[in-house]
Design a protein around this ligand. Structure first.
Ligand code: ADP
Ligand code: MG
Length: 492
């Protein structure tokens, strides 16, 4: 019936016209016949009443149509205003809109829907399947289930029921964006099945990354505490083993006066003892113990870097100089050279001029840069893409009172599972004896704990890996110290 709504006002106007005309003709005729007997006067008066009728009805028609039209035009203006407002709001909030005709399986995607994913509007045909094909495999099952469940639900009358879900969609360049999708059934058919669903897409990638970053920091703080505690505990027995092994070395294997005397007291010659030990391969074993102890203490020493008790020596340094010194160091590093030549990698620099010097421990920062450069070199060497020349890009710029450093390589990149764990102590994808999995966890602690900065990694698998470090220019503790020294200088 809604379809014929426009008929009502027209019918009303016509009906009023008919009733009024009927009453006018019958009443005016009857009255004229009653009062006028003269035929000529009667005809004249009838012409006059005819004219009078035309004027009255013209007035009536004018009144009725103008009222109706005014209403319609007002509504039209309101609609176009609210349409413009909606369009404005959608551009302002940068949300994408989708409108799904469930029965015909036809979908409308707004231009922003495409742009959010790096496509131009209408670059791919709008359909439910198009959305599905862009979904991240890990999010597919969950998101589809949420929507299917929602469509099955029949809410109590009058309560609008919405659904909301978060998933990743593939962008044109093959990356992933986190999307918050919210929707609502806009129309149901007579058997209460949904026929139209409308909703929006919001890009929440940044929020997701922050959440992940916070989670990471928390995890690292607890793991860091554990590592430092463990290192302290292992340190004592390790010194015991190391001392004992060194004693074995000097008391069994060396040729000195004390050993000779002890052998003589026992009626054996030291040379015979040495020959026996040599035959039983004892020196090799002692050497093995010493080497293992050495490796373990390097790890323990590294783990101790997680404890806050390490002594810091903060002063102002130019980050550019530190970076350059580290690149120099990397190209002469013996361990690096052993596996491949760092100098074969092209180093590109993009330094913003006049970045301020920052309050930091220069040695510690160099250690961080070296760890990242080493990893990059290792990644480029291990799984570098043959047709691509190995390349590392160093960038440096200022952001408010922070300095931002990034180190990017065009190596193999890493998947999400690896990316989420690389700052964990002992997490490594390298073979035993080759990687300890400590480099990045120590770097992370140097940046976040010691320097109150931030460190994060982004990567595109098969394309690149980028480490970004954000460091405050000033350090509250150092400034305090400096003020104190200034004061003492003034006092004297
Ligand atoms: N530039 C990079 N490209 C690819 N993977 C990397 C890169 N840097 C680090 N990784 C990954 O992070 C892991 C942890 O690094 P790290 O803490 O330095 O330990 P290690 O180098 O001893 O394995 C590495 O094993 C590697 O899988
Ligand atoms: Mg490493």
């Amino acid at each position: 019936m809604k379809k014929y709504k426009w008929l009502k006002p027209s019918l009303t106007v016509s009906l009023i016209y008919i009733i009024f005309g009927f009453l006018w003709i019958t009443l005016s005729d009857a009255l004229l016949l009653f009062f006028v007997s003269d035929q000529e006067t009667y005809t004249t008066l009838q012409t006059w009443t005819g004219w009078f009728y035309v004027i009255i009805t013209a007035f009536l028609v004018f009144h009725l149509t103008s009222r109706g039209l005014r209403k319609v035009m007002q509504q039209e203006q309101e609609i176009s205003e609210s349409r413009a407002r909606l369009a404005l709001a959608l551009t302002a909030v940068r949300d994408g809109v989708w409108d799904w005709d469930v029965k015909r399986n036809a979908v409308y995607f707004s231009p922003r829907y495409y742009e959010m994913l790096g496509f131009t509007p209408d670059e791919f045909p709008a359909s439910f399947e198009a959305w599905r094909s862009l979904l991240h495999p890990e999010d597919k099952k969950r998101s589809e289930a949420i929507i299917a469940d929602y469509l099955k639900k029949i809410p109590p009358q009058g309560i609008p029921d919405t659904f909301s879900t978060e998933f990743r969609l593939r962008t044109k360049d093959g990356n992933w964006r986190w999307i918050l999708s919210r929707g609502q059934i806009a129309a149901r058919d007579t058997s209460n099945l949904p026929v139209r669903v409308i909703g929006t897409h919001v890009d929440i990638t940044e929020r997701k990354e922050t959440e992940e970053y916070l989670l990471q920091s928390e995890k690292m703080i607890s793991i860091g505490g554990l590592a430092a505690g463990m290192a302290h505990e292992i340190n004592n027995p390790l010194s015991g083993i190391s001392g004992a092994a060194q004693n074995l070395n000097s008391r069994l294997l060396s040729d000195n006066a004390a050993n000779r005397k002890a052998a003589q007291d026992c009626n054996v010659s030291l040379d015979a003892v040495h020959a026996y030990l040599e035959q039983r391969q004892i020196p090799r074993m002692v050497q093995g113990i010493l080497e293992s102890v050495e490796r373990a203490s390097t790890i323990v020493k590294n783990m101790l870097a997680f404890s806050r008790k390490t002594s810091r020596s903060f002063s102002y340094h130019s980050v550019e100089e530190l970076l350059e010194a580290t690149v120099q160091l990397a190209s002469t590093d013996y361990n690096l050279k052993q596996h491949y030549d760092f100098r074969q990698i092209t180093i590109l620099r993009n330094y913003e001029p006049n970045t301020p010097q920052i309050a930091c421990d220069g040695n510690q920062l160099q250690q961080v840069f070296l760890n990242i450069l080493k990893n990059a070199a290792e990644a480029l060497h291990e799984k570098g893409i043959p047709e691509r020349a190995p390349e590392i890009v160093l960038r440096l710029h200022t952001e408010a009172d922070h300095v931002v450093i990034s180190i990017e390589d065009n190596g193999p990149g890493m998947n999400d599972a690896v990316r989420k764990r690389i700052f964990e102590p002992f997490f490594t994808t390298k073979s035993i004896g080759y990687g300890t999995g400590l480099g990045l966890s120590i770097s992370y602690f140097i940046i976040t704990n010691e320097h109150k900065g931030e460190m994060e990694v982004t990567s595109s698998i098969g394309n690149w890996t980028k480490f970004t470090i954000r460091l405050p220019v000033h350090n509250a503790e150092l400034t305090k110290q400096q003020l104190q020294t200034n004061e003492t200088l003034l006092d004297t």
